[in-house]
Design a binder for this molecule. Sequence first.
Ligand code: FES
Length: 183
Amino acid sequence: MNDRELRLTMICDDDRPSHDERAPGDGHTRRQFLQRASCAVGALAALGLPAEVMALPISEVSGESSPASDAVQRYPIPSTDSVKIDRKNEVILVRYQGRVYAFGLWCPHQNTALNWVAGDHQFQCPKHHSKYQPTGQFISGRATRNMDRYGITKDGTSAVVDLDMIWQSDKDAAQWQAASIPA
Ligand code: FES
């Protein structure tokens, strides 16, 4: 089994998914989706790959809406480096090297759902193969900017994400740069 076969698919459809129990595009249910992620991480461990490769396990998370607005979602700050997916709200929450980031789920090129590819330690777009670091920084491909970041603030042990505030690195460079919190 090689790295490609170990690919962790967050969502593998080219189109935006419906918000139901099915992982769009590949016909897998949410349970199957998580089982695949879990199996792949286990396979990485079995191969004895470097700790950094295994450092960002993937799982699902649900945001808690603010009483004032569904556009403000609250998440527990992850206790370890990881990738968490809130499919209902289309948010990717990443804890990486002491910072927490909230990204839009979609590739900034043509809105394709991104994959977290644990073996490569990257987000990758299945449509035109753009690649991004865990910080959302663009690496290569057809996209012309980094992954879009949501506004995020820290409240105690929670990350508070404002879905009405999404920053594009080419248009909102300062806000994009500032959109992370300490873990
Ligand atoms: S849609 Fe992602 S690179 Fe084109």
